[in-house]
Design a protein around this ligand. Structure first.
Ligand code: URP
Ligand code: ZN
Ligand code: ZN
Length: 462
């Protein structure tokens, strides 16, 4: 049975027009005015609403064994929360520990998502070791449709890799046409500064930022981009948080290094004073790179508007307050992460578009289209075109409300954005033509989500 969405204002990364959209099975088959459709077609009237391409979160952690615990969402809770917030595809960081087998890790993450996700999903393959087997395993993973790697220059002793591994991974990535995403902080500097602060009795969450100052991230960006330049590989810097790191990335781009930049919602909206809140409240706001001095926010918004920052993700990493309490008396043991998968689109729309910091088309581009282009999904995803997957968000720009843990669907007992106003929200969300969210509620098929096999840059021509 077809689905017709009538009278909407279609907004993409580069177009705005009023038209009807007709969907058959999983695909958009017609776009035009006053479309005539077969009897029995379900019709949704989108008058007064925006129709956006389904949003893509390029950086989430759903299953994340990390810092002695596990993130709280399952693929069921995380994907349903994503959909309620307008995200129809997420790319999850598959992050086995350095002591674990890479291919086994990949299969494990895939098996957890299979049949349990309500939205579509893909993975960035975390490469946390590089031994005799790794190269062949990575070739197999890329051939399976996962042509993006993730490396951590941070997290010494856990996910972090050394320079030999970094060089070999990027050399392989260049050969295969794989984009390598990177967490760019100098791991040794973090480890040394953490020990120094602890030895001075500085143990609370407010010391997290001083243990990883801006120059530590800028150094990581410089290091990563130097290796990109040396190998000719394409890179993507995740969760870039501050001006010195941005400057280092833009300098590398100016030298001809092929690198894209991601910002994440917490860094755009929250600052380091949140992690300084008393009575250990600050632990809720511990993530890495840390929340920064507020002056960095305008720098990030401006870079986003210019397109120097390509994408906005979440780095969704949900640890509850009991887990955060593991770091009482030692901030280095607070599980790092802030939940946001449900809130990204509404916050970016509100504090970007609605409050005058971001062009409407750039919003769609940053929250959907650029991720599709960078990660081998375009125009199947990230577009409203005949032939694209019918992932659509019918968005009500007149909604006014506030975020709260009381209403959220992420499986975590706090909101990093408690009481924050939002100016708009998704009313209907479809995944490949199936209505998964109606009137802002998840009403769909809990197992609709599909693993997205993606193309390498060579095939996609990137
Ligand atoms: O604090 C963060 N970012 N937690 C998740 C792991 C990572 O570094 O992305
Ligand atoms: Zn990271
Ligand atoms: Zn992350």
């Amino acid at each position: 049975m077809g689905l017709l969405i009538r009278n909407g204002d279609i907004i993409t990364a580069d177009k705005r027009y009023k038209a009807d959209i007709y969907i058959e099975d999983e695909t958009i088959t017609e776009i035009g005015e006053n479309l005539q459709v077969p009897e029995g077609t379900e019709v949704i009237d989108a008058a007064g609403k925006y129709i956006f391409p389904g949003f893509i979160d390029p950086h989430v952690h759903i299953y994340l064994p990390f810092m002695g615990t596990y993130s709280k969402d399952t693929h069921a809770s995380g994907s349903q929360a994503a959909l309620i917030g307008g995200t129809t595809t997420f790319i999850e960081m598959c992050a086995p520990a350095g002591s674990e087998d890479t291919l086994e890790g990949y299969k494990h993450w895939k098996s957890l998502a299979e049949g349990n996700a309500a939205c579509d999903y893909a993975f960035h393959m975390g490469v946390t070791r590089f031994d005799a087997q790794t190269e062949a395993q990575l070739r197999e993973i890329v051939a399976d449709g996962t042509p993006s790697f993730k490396v951590f220059l941070a997290y010494k002793g856990a996910f972090g890799i050394d320079d030999e591994a970094l060089y070999k991974i990027l050399t392989l990535a260049q050969e295969l046409g794989v984009i390598t995403t990177a967490h760019t902080e100098n791991a040794e500097l973090v480890a040394q500064l953490q020990q120094k602060l602890l030895s001075e009795g500085k143990t609370g969450p407010e010391w997290h930022e001083p243990s990883r100052p801006e120059y530590v991230e800028a150094d990581g960006v410089h290091h990563f981009t130097t290796f990109l330049g040396a190998t000719g590989a394409k890179g993507y810097i995740v969760h870039l948080s501050c001006k010195p790191a941005l400057d280092a990335a833009l300098e590398a781009k100016a030298r001809g290094v092929d690198v894209a930049i991601e910002a994440v919602i917490p860094h755009l909206l929250l600052d380091k004073t949140y992690a300084e809140r008393p009575d250990f409240e600050g632990a809720k706001f511990v993530m890495s790179p840390p929340l920064r001095d507020k002056r960095n926010q305008a720098v990030l918004w401006e870079a986003l508007e210019r397109g120097d920052v390509s994408t906005v993700g979440t780095d969704h990493a949900p640890f509850d307050t009991t887990q955060k309490a593991m770091g009482k008396g030692d901030f280095t043991r607070i599980p790092n992460g802030i939940p946001a998968i449900e809130d990204r689109v509404n916050l970016l729309y509100t504090y970007g578009v609605s409050r005058g910091n971001l062009d409407l088309h750039r919003f769609v581009d940053a929250a959907s289209t650029q991720a599709a282009k960078l990660f081998g999904l375009y125009p199947r995803k990230g577009a409203v075109e005949v032939g694209s997957d019918a992932d659509l968000v019918i968005y009500d720009p007149d909604y006014r409300g506030k975020l709260s843990v009381k209403m959220q669907h992420m499986n975590v007992d706090y909101s990093g954005f408690e009481g924050v106003e939002i100016d708009g929200k998704p009313e209907v969300v479809t995944v490949r033509g199936a209505v998964q969210v109606r009137d802002g509620q998840f009403i769909g098929d809990k197992a609709r989500g599909r693993f997205l096999r993606r193309e390498t840059l060579k095939v996609a021509g990137g």
